[in-house]
Structure formats: structure tokens, C-alpha cells
Design a protein around this ligand. Structure first.
Ligand SMILES: [Zn+2]
Length: 125
């Protein structure tokens, strides 16, 4: 599968459940980017995906899409909506596990992006 950064970093402002072309999805509203849409599984009775997205509201996140073109089932006004992505990871980089600072230099993770460190903090000279 092709991994694609849809948004490398932005603040998730709000999320709402909605329907696009009859397909249930989650609208993700960002501070600096146009809204993105995340498809949800009808079998997801517990609303796991929505709850997970909600948990990231107000935080700095990364949005990653997989096979954006081929996976999109949603059409809008007859056209495939390219902004509709299947978001699999919303990563809160928050602060460095070692020094505790929050900045945009957090670039090392040992748990697939659930937490972050500065490379320099982890491997000092
Ligand atoms: Zn650090």
C-alpha cells in the first residue's frame, strides 16, 4: 500500500459525523487545511474511529492516507472527491519523552508515532 502524508502537521479543530454521497464519514476540520473526510466502517458499532478522532481535537496531528485514489468510494456531485481519505493515523507529537519540550523538531519515535523524542535527546553526542 502506498503511504501518503495528507497533512504533515496541523491542529485538529473539530470532528463531526456526517454523510457524503450516502456514505457515513467523519469530517475532520483543521486549523490551516481544508477539511478532510475519513470513511468509517458501518460495522464499527462502538464508533471507535470517531472517538479516536475526537480524542485528538485541539492537538497537533499528522494525517496519513493509504491508496487515496483507489480506496475512495465517495463521490460528490458525480466526481470522486480527492480530499476523501482513509485516515489511519492521527499522530499527536505532543512533547519530547526525554526533555519534555514541545517544538517542531520531534523526529524520532520507537512506537510507530504514538510518542516522540528528539533524535538528539535519544542519541546525544
Ligand atoms: Zn528532547
Amino acid at each position: 500500500m502506498e503511504e501518503e502524508f495528507i497533512i504533515s502537521e496541523d491542529v485538529l479543530v473539530s470532528v463531526q459525523e456526517t454523510f457524503l454521497d450516502g456514505v457515513k464519514c467523519i469530517k475532520l476540520n483543521f486549523k490551516n487545511n481544508p477539511p478532510k473526510f475519513q470513511e468509517v466502517d458501518f460495522a464499527d458499532a462502538e464508533d471507535t474511529i470517531f472517538k479516536k478522532a475526537k480524542g485528538f481535537v485541539g492537538k497537533s496531528v499528522r494525517v496519513i492516507g493509504w491508496d487515496q485514489e483507489t480506496n475512495s468510494k465517495i463521490q460528490f456531485n458525480g466526481n470522486r472527491v480527492k480530499d476523501i481519505v482513509e485516515v489511519v493515523h492521527l499522530i499527536d507529537k505532543s512533547s519530547c519523552l526525554i526533555c519534555g519540550k514541545t517544538d517542531n523538531l520531534l523526529n524520532y519515535s520507537e512506537d510507530f508515532g504514538n510518542s516522540w523524542m528528539h533524535y538528539r535527546c535519544k542519541f546525544p553526542d
